[in-house]
Ligand binder design. Structure first.
Ligand code: MRU
Length: 363
């Protein structure tokens, strides 16, 4: 997608093929900087510190991380250590383990001399597939938005369709296009008027910093709201549809996403607002059924709750919010039960959030 008229992806192989480039998302929206990662340690650190984040993107970065490890040492032992090192960085998003297993299983049977090159090939394939899946999610989601726009009463025809989203499930969370934001980009490019309510998404504010940044760069009208405003807007008819992403979806259609998603789903349910979740196949964990009971929820540093990042003049700053001595607790994700999900927008089409629904698309 575009930044100041130039097309970018979030991760790329650098010339020579021995390192990768990424956009440093911890610096956005105030500074646009890229980083070069040339070791598995650097890749693991970039994922853990959220230089790169978003389920599909950490999967692709993890895949390239294995390539970087194998370039340094292609032995079985090094492969196993790198796999564990990368997999331990962020426990909730299933895309990471999925991508690591895919690269490991492809290279493990090969002679050591071939492993790094084949890992590069596999990581690049995962990245390209991610772009294709996200674009297809956009096309399927566009039909939903077009249908909702047409179904509105006569007096609201022609007004922008109001979409609420939580966290950042845009192109910055993937390689390109995004998941929840892909239908919005498709709609905007197709001339359908859309306006996005962007939840700020405390504690790390991925909505206020990343979603607002990328929507702005693509020229999509949007308004940032505090996380607590969504229910009020829904009660007053100002939200036509909610679309969010997911870090892990169970085979029964329970959806794990950024903390606060569940509360938006409850408010949407209470107000009859459709609540869609957009995801590529790589986000489905077929081994799990009950998301609340079974999905591991990452707990991040309490400092993300007790302080906040922003900008003063040109300088990026972190300021303390809470009294000295107050404890903070920071579960990073929550689970929205399938019964609150109107539909799952996948690269293969839209399915009911249930095992039977998913099986119609993924036999
Ligand atoms: O902690 P983050 O920023 O990695 O969390 C990201 C999200 O929760 C996204 O909504 C999710 O990964 C889906 S992204 C396409």
């Amino acid at each position: 997608m575009n930044i100041d008229g130039k097309a970018w992806r979030t991760v790329w192989l650098e010339p020579g093929g021995r390192s990768i480039g990424v956009i440093d998302q911890t610096r956005l929206p105030h500074q646009f900087e890229t980083r070069s990662l040339s070791t598995v340690e650097q890749a693991a650190e970039a994922i853990a510190t959220m230089v790169v984040r978003g389920a599909p993107l950490i999967g692709v970065t993890g895949a390239y991380g294995l390539m970087l490890a194998l370039q340094a040492d292609p032995s079985d032992g090094a492969l196993a250590v790198a796999f564990e090192q990368l997999n331990a960085t962020r426990p909730t998003a299933i895309n990471l383990r999925w991508a690591l297993e895919r690269v490991r299983d492809r290279v493990a049977p090969l002679p050591e001399t071939e492993r790094a090159a084949v890992a590069r090939e596999e990581a690049a394939a995962i990245a390209e597939e991610d772009v294709a899946m996200c674009e297809a999610i956009g096309a399927h989601g566009l039909k939903i938005l077009q249908g909702l726009a047409l179904a509105r009463p006569a007096e609201r025809q022609g007004q922008p369709l109001n979409v609420l989203t939580h966290c950042n499930a845009g192109w910055l969370a993937t390689v390109d296009w995004g998941t929840a934001l892909a239908p919005i980009y498709k709609a905007h490019r197709a001339g359908l008027a859309v306006h996005v309510w962007v939840d700020e998404t405390r504690p790390r504010n991925q909505g206020a910093s990343l979603t607002a940044f990328e929507l702005g760069k693509e020229g999509v009208p949007h308004t940032v709201i505090v996380d607590n405003a969504g229910g009020h807007l829904m009660q007053h008819g100002q939200v036509d549809v909610v679309i969010v992403g997911t870090d892990r979806t169970t085979r029964r259609g329970d959806v794990c996403n950024k903390i606060g998603t569940y509360l938006k789903a409850l408010a949407a349910h209470d107000n009859g607002v459709p609540f869609y979740v957009a995801l590529p196949a790589s986000t489905i964990d077929w081994t799990l059924a009950d998301g609340v009971a079974e999905i591991p929820i990452e707990a991040r540093s309490a400092a993300e709750v007790t302080s906040i990042q922003g900008r003063v003049a040109a300088e990026a700053v972190t300021v303390q919010l809470t009294p000295d001595g107050s404890a903070g607790f920071n579960p990073a994700f929550d689970v929205t039960p399938a019964r609150l999900v109107t539909g799952l927008i996948t690269e293969r089409g839209v399915a009911p959030a249930s095992e039977a629904g998913l099986r119609t698309l993924y036999a």
